[in-house]
Design a protein. Structure first.
Length: 293
């Protein structure tokens, strides 16, 4: 997972990683950043489909509408079965439920877990939404697991109240609730055993503070923290003879030192680069900076 404040370079780092790893491994690159730019980087239109960039690299960009479409396809019938067994509602209830906060975030983890289960890929690289959405996603998952246990009790309490409502075969909705709980348990285990995170920041106060906050939160949820990526540090030679750039670099170095001092993991430094950063050679340069010891 690559996460951090919006606009700090998560997508660039995730694409660089995906290109490097796909040289000899099967890789799926997934972006759920609302402002994602994978379409521009790879010059393809994703819609709701996985696109093969090369023999080892598959890529998909998931916007909220696409995620909700996939959610309805995956869980729509099950959710309708449970809700309609309690209340006299039609399938339009699914339109209402799609507006529930956190639904797209909850399903995103299911999407990743299904990709893991397929065993088709050696690595899944996830370019996440900005900090707040990522933490919300993780929190929703933990809360969902807790509440599903109560949902079973609630269902048993309510099922006899609405006696005039047409029933489905005994036990079917309960079985679905139990299966949802098992799925959520699997996702939580996947995050704590198979997932790791890079937290990306720029050398400025707000980005560094948010990076440190999310780093602590990630470890609290039991997810491995690879380290921090500090992106776009001005090279010293570029700043010579230019007071504005020189002062800017000094400001950046201040926050670089602050992050290194306070971080609970390693910090990788990526300098500001001239030209188009999405060019393949630049992306490989970034990847080698991240993964060379």
């Amino acid at each position: 997972m690559f996460t951090g404040k919006g606009g700090v370079g998560k997508t660039t780092a995730s694409v660089a990683t995906a290109l490097l790893f796909s040289q000899d491994k099967r890789v799926l690159l997934v972006s759920t950043d609302p402002a994602g730019s994978l379409s521009n980087i790879f010059n393809v239109e994703f819609k709701d489909k996985i696109i093969s960039i090369n023999k080892n690299l598959d890529v998909i960009e998931l916007t909220r509408p696409v995620i909700l479409k996939l959610w309805r396809k995956r869980f729509g019938d099950e959710v309708y079965t449970v809700v309609s067994s309690l209340f006299p509602v039609g399938r339009e209830i699914l339109d209402y439920l799609e507006g529930a906060p956190g639904l797209d975030e909850e399903f995103m983890l299911d999407y990743v877990s299904e990709a893991v289960k397929s065993e088709k890929y050696d690595y899944i690289i996830w370019d996440t939404a900005p900090t707040a959405s990522t933490l919300s996603l993780l929190n929703v998952q933990y809360l969902f697991y807790s509440h599903l246990g109560e949902a079973q009790k609630l269902y048993l309490s309510l099922k006899g109240v609405f006696s005039k409502i047409k029933r489905r075969p005994e036990g079917e909705p309960l079985e679905l609730i139990k299966n949802w709980r098992k799925l959520t348990e699997y996702v939580l285990n996947m995050l704590s055993t198979n997932a790791s995170t890079w937290v990306v920041a720029n050398p400025e106060r707000l980005a560094v503070e948010q990076a440190l906050f999310i780093g602590k939160s990630i470890t609290k949820y039991g997810i491995e923290l690879n380290g921090y990526i500090l992106n776009r540090i001005f090279p010293e030679d570029v700043c010579k003879g230019n007071e504005f750039l020189k002062e800017k670099r000094e400001h950046q170095l201040k926050w670089k030192e602050d992050l290194i001092k306070r971080a609970d993991a390693s910090v990788k430094i990526i300098p500001e680069m001239m030209g188009d950063i999405t060019k393949k050679d630049r992306l490989f340069t970034i990847a080698h900076m991240l993964y060379e010891s």
